[in-house]
Design a protein around this ligand. Structure first.
Ligand code: DHB
Length: 526
């Protein structure tokens, strides 16, 4: 009897031992017994205890042990066999590497545990992850490697669904900014064969890598069109608050000029059934911003009177204070001359924007239902005044007018750590060669990093449910980027909850009550 036959015979007669033996011989098999118990103090004073499975390798050909692991957290109260959602939270930021983190009481991970959900926090390689080989630095996380790591982590969850707590058919991915882009990519590229050869080489688990739902906070995505979308939107500020010089203005207008054709090529339809083009885009954006302002006002927010929100100006009394014919003065309202606060009141009695002393700032309006319009140029100038805009090109900046490499140039760089341009436009500016073009190998990497290429593709499994947020004063990318993403998903038939939350800067995992209501509702959907 050779050793293999002997082992098989031994496994056949000893069920328990043979299962343990199988677990230890498959490095991608989850071991339910290998955990510690940890406790998190929640902001409301409660505490949540969970089993912590940490430092699990999700590929067999580990290239960068610092990042290619995942942590899994399982509420102690979870009964075996209960199918609960799994929140997969990536902490990728700036397209950099991210270690597998522990849960936080103040973000969606802690909240998910306290709701009784399983939490998975994978690490992933990124633009700054380096290993040393024969005395040389090798950059391990150039695109699309960080995404491949996250997809391998998803594969691990599916592969171990039978032995692991949590339901791999209810994976909700969550990330912010570059992490929001990763979340969108996970949602858009499920089981797509174009990633399979890479995943195989990495030693990822075989099988599925689709997810059920994707939560994307301010996704910095559609990188190969984002420069043009940024200039098309914010070009109106170039001579004002943005203060560009003439060389920058030339770059800005050349980039902006590319945008209408791109919008045309997307062939998107608004919820009103109109084709979305450069001609009606600003109106579409205005509607989204007005809905956001309106919601904020209803919740009691105060909106400055100077940022382009139009509060039914035509209903106001003329400054002289004369009432129109037939209109009785309200008690206390001065019939002649300016009202006490220096501003006419609304005729319908619901009040007018109040002014600071002497007409100075701050000027606020806290009424609930007066948003008539938005002066978009004024509003965009306001956004740019709160956080200075990026200079053109906003993303593929490297070498254009002497700009340093952006996070995106770094992640599209090579294994030696040299950044790369990823648009023909910037490459041509940088190289001063009007015929230069991105080489095909890099083109393929750029393609794999854009979720817009996979939404609606017949060979990708699209997440059915999407929660997308981009703050109404987030200028890290153009509003067009999340709007196009959400609209394309809606047009493809996905269930999309999309908003531009009022007064929000570039941030994520906020308004967790709203998010977890959505998760709860969505998890019970088919
Ligand atoms: C992030 C922000 C950016 O403005 C950007 O260009 C890329 C990434 C981030 O916060 O992850």
């Amino acid at each position: 009897m050779n050793m293999k036959t002997g082992l098989l015979l031994f496994m056949a007669i000893s069920g328990t031992v043979s299962r343990t033996s199988a677990q230890t011989t498959d490095p991608l098999r989850f071991d339910p017994e290998n955990y510690t118990v940890q406790t998190l103090q929640m902001p409301d004073g409660s505490s949540v205890s969970y089993k912590a499975y940490e430092g699990i390798h999700y590929v067999t050909n580990v290239e960068d042990p610092a990042y290619q692991t995942l942590n899994l957290y399982v509420p102690e109260t979870l009964e075996a066999g209960t199918a609960v959602p799994i929140l997969l939270r990536t902490y990728v930021g700036g397209y950099m590497a991210s270690t597998a983190k522990t849960p936080s009481a103040t973000d969606a991970t802690g909240r998910a545990l306290s709701e009784g959900y399983v939490v998975c926090i994978p690490g992933s390689r990124g633009s700054n992850s380096v290993v040393s080989e024969n005395g040389k630095d090798i950059y391990t996380g150039i695109a699309p490697n960080g995404l491949l790591d996250l997809k391998a982590a998803v594969r691990y969850l599916h592969y171990n669904d039978d032995v692991m707590p949590g339901d791999a058919d209810r994976i909700f991915t969550d990330g912010t900014s570059a992490g929001g882009a990763m979340s969108a990519l996970l949602g858009a590229t499920g089981n797509c064969p174009e990633y399979a050869p890479y995943l195989e080489r990495m030693g990822a688990a075989p099988g599925r890598d689709d997810v059920f739902a994707s939560i994307c906070y301010c996704p910095i995505t559609d990188l190969d069109h984002a420069d043009s979308e940024y200039e098309w939107l914010y070009g109106c500020t170039n001579d004002g608050v943005r203060g560009l010089d003439s060389a920058q203005k030339r770059i800005s207008s050349e980039l902006a000029a590319q945008c209408p054709a791109y919008l045309e090529s997307l062939n998107l339809t608004t919820p009103d059934g109109e084709k979305l083009t450069a001609d009606n885009y600003r109106e579409y954006l205005k509607k989204l911003l007005m809905a956001s302002a309106h919601k904020a006002l209803e919740a009691g927010a105060e909106i400055p009177d100077s940022i382009g929100i139009v509060f039914y100006q035509e209903k106001r009394l003329p400054v002289s204070g004369h009432l129109p014919e037939g209109m009785a003065p309200r008690p206390g309202h001065p019939q002649n001359g300016r009202p006490q606060n220096g501003r006419p009141e609304m005729l319908d009695g619901r009040g007018a924007p109040s002014f600071g002393p002497g007409g100075g700032a701050p000027r606020f309006n806290n009424r609930t239902d007066f948003v008539a319009d938005i002066d978009l140029d004024v509003y965009l100038a306001y956004v740019a005044s709160v956080t200075p805009l990026k200079t053109p090109p906003a993303f593929d900046a490297w070498g254009v007018l002497g700009s340093p490499a952006s996070p995106e140039n770094k992640v599209f760089g090579n294994e030696q750590g040299e950044p790369a341009n990823f648009t023909d436009f910037s490459l041509r500016q940088h190289s001063q060669d009007g015929d230069a073009a991105i080489d095909p190998a890099l083109q393929q990497r750029i393609y794999l990093m854009n979720p817009m290429n996979f939404i609606g593709a017949s060979d990708s499994t699209l997440a059915g449910h999407w929660f997308i947020r981009h703050g109404a004063r987030d200028r890290d990318t153009s509003f067009l980027v999340p709007i196009n993403l959400a609209t394309k998903l809606q047009n493809t038939g996905a269930d999309v909850d999309f908003a531009l939350p009022w007064n929000r800067p570039h941030s994520g995992d906020y308004n967790l009550d709203e998010l977890f209501e959505w998760i709860k509702r969505t998890a019970s959907a088919r």
